[in-house]
Design a protein around this ligand. Structure first.
Ligand SMILES: NC(=O)c1ccc[n+]([C@@H]2O[C@H](COP(=O)([O-])OP(=O)(O)OC[C@H]3O[C@@H](n4cnc5c(N)ncnc54)[C@H](O)[C@@H]3O)[C@@H](O)[C@H]2O)c1
Length: 256
């Protein structure tokens, strides 16, 4: 176990699976007290058991990031249990079906934007309120965007592209608004990472897999741990001068 986050507490949304789970484990292995926030309680409990196994400390709080009252309660429970909110990784998200823009339904648009974009805003709203009010004040926030927040592709679902571009926008907005208050806000932009989210895409569209892999200059997809390394670093003191950035973790996907 490292000591970089000893005495610090934070929350991670979407920590019941994939990138969020890898990040929860990494934060805990660095000594952080971790709140696992997800709608999937079975997945959350698995993450907690994995943290237990490495001697870390974590609780699970069922949270739907689209519901303001639940996000507010999540922050309250974090502070009630661990005393403070030092960092947050706003990572919960969905892909949504791959449907052409002209066939995309309003319902799917609202769902993807609701979780991926509104959810990140709601999380920052209550997290930053807490970070401003605690003593000593301040904290670090990382939002999960995507390479689809920087570029797009002809087949990437329209709401997903919109939501992830939006995440980078609100990351910059918050970074500027609260920089003087000691709150740093950054984003990570993963390429395709082997998680249940991407496994689902490949299951529904097996014909797309070879091209997606080929789009990564390193010739492979990423693994969740490669993204969690970046998220943890951005929340750490080592990144004390990093604010408002959108860091790619993509094997070179957007470099060409
Ligand atoms: N896997 C990739 O290739 C990839 C690439 C770029 C960006 N991302 C982003 O990374 C993040 C994590 O994705 P992942 O690949 O680990 O997916 P995942 O499906 O493995 O995990 C996502 C988690 O979010 C949770 N979640 C969904 N809706 C929620 C809600 N309303 N409230 C709270 N939790 C909710 C799910 O239950 C799940 O546990 C997402 O924002 C995704 O868009 C993933």
């Amino acid at each position: 176990m490292g000591e970089g986050f000893a005495g610090r507490a934070g929350l991670i949304t979407g920590a019941g699976s994939g990138i969020g789970r890898a990040a929860a484990l990494k934060f805990a292995s660095e000594g952080a007290k971790v709140v696992i926030a997800d709608v999937d309680m079975a997945g959350s409990e698995t993450t907690r058991a994995m943290i237990d196994q490495i001697g870390g400390e974590a609780i699970c709080v069922r949270t739907d990031v689209t519901q303001a009252a639940e996000v507010e309660a999540l922050v309250q429970e974090t502070v009630g249990t661990f005393g403070r909110l030092d960092f947050a990784f706003n990572n919960a998200g969905i892909a949504g079906d791959i449907v052409p823009l002209t066939d995309y339904s309003e319902e799917l648009w609202d769902r993807v934007i609701g979780i991926n974009l509104k959810g990140v805003w709601l999380c920052m709203k209550y997290e930053i309120r807490q970070m401003l009010s605690q003593s000593p004040g301040g904290g670090a926030i990382v939002n999960t965007a995507s390479v689809m927040g920087l570029i797009s592709s002809a087949t990437n679902p329209v709401a997903y592209t919109a939501s992830k571009h939006g995440v980078i926008g609100i990351t910059k907005n918050a970074a500027l608004a609260y920089a003087e208050s000691g709150v740093r806000v950054n984003a990570v932009c993963p390429g395709y990472i082997m998680t249940p989210l991407v496994a689902g895409v490949f299951e529904r569209h097996p014909e797309r897999k070879a091209q997606i892999v080929a789009d990564h200059p390193v010739g492979r997809l990423g693994v969740p741990e490669e993204v969690s390394e970046a998220a943890v670093w951005l929340c750490s003191d080592a990144a004390s001068f990093v604010n408002g950035t959108a860091m790619t973790v993509d094997g070179g996907y957007v470099a060409h």
